[in-house]
Ligand binder design. Structure first.
Ligand code: ADP
Ligand code: MG
Length: 313
């Protein structure tokens, strides 16, 4: 088995600023492909995981706006599948072009990925992840009553639906992902954290929930036996006292230090915290495994060990 790496792409790898047209997002994906090509050229077997927040938000909105008897709105798991297909298409197309330009004989394929969650996950008792559009109090009450949605007020901007964010426990398509990696194919997988499913006998039941993409990428990295989980986000390094006068950027972080800093609340929930938690889990899962957190444009330099924050046991 070669040198395997799971690269988790953050929001800015697919959407630059607020550009939400297909052309704008394809351009962002093309830029991402250009940033990643030298890592791919260096012989790593690569899986690309990515977020889908803004994209799935728009798909949900489009479904809502146009819904009528003949055009029913699709449920969240199906919207998630649509976003995986759409973003996977953009990434495949971008990598195809960059590989051709640079004479690299590689292929990319997107795997529609279902991620198993536990029906009994405590997260289902306490939905926290806001999705879709904003509503007035009256609209929110109506949705709560008619559809059974959990609606909460979102930072004074109105009411939003919240869904559970359960932990990933297995990846249904892991074997096919592994065989594609053995064939040196670049695989796009677990987009948007994967489509959450529960197993009911022979049936996979799609769940209206959202799996955190950092946790899903971590699970994927374990299941393909990767050595490195590269988390690409909007910052070059992880900091303690982030945004304060005594801010300190970290080059290396041990699992013990990371656990200590979590207790001291250095990492914002919903943004840096899940990355650090994922990093701790991966670093602890097997000797030699490490996580690099850096920005997209520093990805190459970080893989060479010259920047980013490395988390290891
Ligand atoms: P992504 O789409 O890559 O998951 P997020 O916005 O969810 O991006 O998470 C990355 C953000 O986390 C950074 O842009 C930064 O603003 C924020 N952040 C919060 N706490 C920290 C910290 N301690 N060190 C660095 N960045 C932090
Ligand atoms: Mg995030």
């Amino acid at each position: 088995m070669g040198n395997r790496m799971v690269i988790a792409l953050g929001g800015n790898a697919i959407q630059l600023g607020n550009g939400s047209t297909a052309a704008e997002q394809r351009e962002a994906c093309y830029h991402t492909a250009e940033q990643l090509v030298s890592i791919i050229r260096n012989g790593y077997e690569i899986v690309l995981a990515h977020g889908n927040g803004p994209q799935v938000g728009n798909i949900i909105l489009q479904n809502q706006i146009s819904q009528c008897e003949k055009l029913p709105a699709m449920p969240l798991d199906t919207c998630g599948a649509m976003s995986q297909g759409m973003i996977g298409y953009w990434l495949q197309s971008a990598l195809y072009e960059v590989f051709k330009q640079q004479g690299i004989e590689k292929e990319t394929v997107t795997i529609l990925t279902q991620v198993q969650v536990d029906k009994e996950d405590q997260a289902f008792q306490n939905p926290t992840k806001p999705i879709g559009s904003f509503y007035t109090k009256e609209e929110a009450d109506k949705l709560q009553e008619e559809k059974g949605y959990t609606m909460v007020e979102d930072a004074g901007r109105g009411f939003r639906r919240v869904v559970a964010s359960p932990k990933p426990i297995n990846i249904i398509e892991k074997n096919v992902i592994n065989s594609l990696l053995n064939q040196q194919v670049v695989v796009v997988a677990t987009g948007g954290g994967g489509i959450p499913v529960t197993i009911c006998g022979s049936h996979l039941e799609g769940v209206e929930a959202v799996i955190d993409k950092d946790f899903a990428s971590e699970k994927l990295a374990e299941l393909v036996d990767a050595e490195t989980l590269l988390i690409l986000t909007a910052v070059e390094k992880v900091a303690i006292n982030y945004g304060k006068d005594n801010e300190q950027w970290l080059s290396e972080l041990s699992v013990e230090e990371a656990e200590e800093y979590i207790k001291e609340k250095h990492f914002a929930p919903g943004s840096m915290l899940p990355k650090i938690e994922a990093a701790i889990t991966f670093a602890k899962s097997k000797p030699g495994r490490k996580v690099i957190i850096t920005s997209l444009d520093k990805a190459n330099v970080a893989v060479e060990g010259r920047t980013g924050t490395v988390i290891s046991a």
